[in-house]
Structure formats: structure tokens, C-alpha cells
Design a protein around this ligand. Sequence first.
Ligand code: FUC
Length: 349
Amino acid sequence: MKVDVNNINVNKDQVWKLFTLTNDNGMTVEFMNYGCIITKIQVPDKYGNFENVVLGFEDYQDYRADSFYLGALIGRVAGRIKGASFQLNGKTYTLDANDGDSCLHGGSIGLNQIVWEANPFQDNNRVGVHLCYQCVDGEAGFPGSVRIQVTYSLDNANQFTIQYKAETDQTTPLALTNHSYFNLSGDLKKTIHNHHLVLDSNRFAELDDTMLPTGMLQHVEGTSFDFRKGRELGQGLNDRSWQNQVANNGYDHYFIFNHKLVHQVVMKDFDSGRVLTIKTNEPGVVMYTSNTLTDGLRFAEGISRQYLGVCFETQASPASLHHEGFPSAILQAGETYDKQTIFTFSVEE
Ligand code: FUC
């Protein structure tokens, strides 16, 4: 196992670091200290061919103004905050409205646009990098000075783990996640329509026509949101239901996990044989099927188009700031934020 480091010369004042984690099977995970952005994950298919299974730009410069948040670490609060404001302990906080009237993914300058301090490490079982950033009190409108450490690590069981640790000196909302778009076909050979998914969830947050949760949780039974026994993503992308249509014809919804299965997400691509399983201690996930991804962006293996990837944004719910019954996104002063999501890659014949 090893960690390689290279420089990306952005301009004469800025150099980003590009890390590549490699395990003994030859699996690699590549990411930058800019926004902790994952740019490439190379895993074998059932014939042993290594290919990339995440969307990433051909030119690293394109990450600077990326409104699709490709591969990025999202925060302080992932998802949409209604009215770009919230109340906490009797005070009203105002954030950036960067998505209509809402605050999306932490506001116009989020954690995805910060250069993080990075320290590589290696131990007996894994290789990785600690990425650290100290948010200032009031940054992007959020209260509290928050120290965040995100650790990316890879082991020889083809498990890529993201661990999030944080502490705050004032009670504040915090909901970090990663925004990688997965496509298991390898090197963007096809869209995600035929990806088969099992999701450990009975309920999802209903959206209104501005993409905000109405405050209602819908049961998945009898809908295209029922992935408990497995179904292909394409069925929901083509579904005429109000909830699929409101999300620009697909999924862009928060699912609450049952935590009854060992893995909360199992996704397969039968042609390549690749399987991705996700295990997390987060209470839920936003599944976004790149419904609004535009055509014509230059990705490493080809040109972008709708439905080219699927994000599993494991996280607490920002809707909890305005509605009862959603998993809380509040971190108390003095409490330790300790979340982890494990992405495991395997193959099936
Ligand atoms: C997801 C979605 C949004 C948005 C963005 C790029 O997390 O919830 O709708 O388009 O990513």
C-alpha cells in the first residue's frame, strides 16, 4: 500500500496537492486537498480490468467553478436550507441564498472550495490522508468555530472509508457529506439506468416544486422509491410519479435508513460485475441521480450528460432545522461529531 503526492499548479499563487492511495490489489483513490475532492476511483470489473467509477473533470481547473460539486466534501450543511435561514436557541441566523431562496451545500463559499491542510499516514491495515480545516465563527453565516478533520483511507479489502470528526465551541448545525457521482460501468461507458440498487429505507422526504422538503415523510411501499428488495434506477428515472417529476425526472430525495441491513446501500452493474456497498452510521442519504447534470462538460473519460452518475450523500437532514421528525443536524458545543461512511468495491460473476 502507498500514498503518492503530486502538485497541481493552479496559478502562480496557488498549488493544490493531488493524493493517490493505492492498495495491494491495485485499487486507487485519487483526491485533492482542494475541497477534499475525489477525482478518480479505479477498481476492477469481473474480468480484472481497472476503470474509473466516479465522475471527474479532465482539467483540474474546472473544479474551481463547479456547480455540480463533483466528488467534493460538502458543508457546513449539505443539502438545502429553506429560506437560507434558521433559528437556534432563540437567535435567527442568515446564510447565503445560492439556490433560489435556499442555501445549498453550505452557501456560495462552501468547504468544497477551501484548501485543506493534509497529512498522509500509513499503518498496518490502511493508507490514507488526514484533511483538516478550522471554520471561523460566523463563516458563511453559521455560528461557532468548528474544527473539522476528515480522513480518507483505503485498505486491502477494497474499502474506502471517509471518517468525519468535528468539535465546535458553540452549538451549530453541521451535516458533512461527500458528493461523488458513481458510475460502475467503468470509464463512463453508459448511464446509470441499469444500475440495480438495494436501499435500506422505508421512508423518504417528500419534496415541493422548489425542491424543498414539505415536512412530510412518505412510505416507499408501492412507489418507485421502494428499493428494499432491489430495483433498477431507470424505473424511477422514467417514472411519471409526482415525486420523480418534481426532482427533474429522477431522484434527488432524502431517504431515512432503517439500519436493519448490514449495508445501507448495495448497487450493482451486471455488465461489468462491479458492486458498490455502503455502510454508514449516518441516519440517512440523499440519492441524487444527476437529473440536472448538463451536457457538454469535459470529464476525464468523455463528455457529461444527464443520468451519468448517482450520488449517495450520507448525512443528517437540513430539513430538521425547520420541521419535526427529521434526523437532527445539530452539533452541541463540547460534543464530538463522529461519522463514517465506508464504500466497498467488489465483483460478482
Ligand atoms: C445534489 C442535489 C441538488 C443539486 C446538486 C448538484 O445534492 O440535491 O439538487 O443539483 O447536488
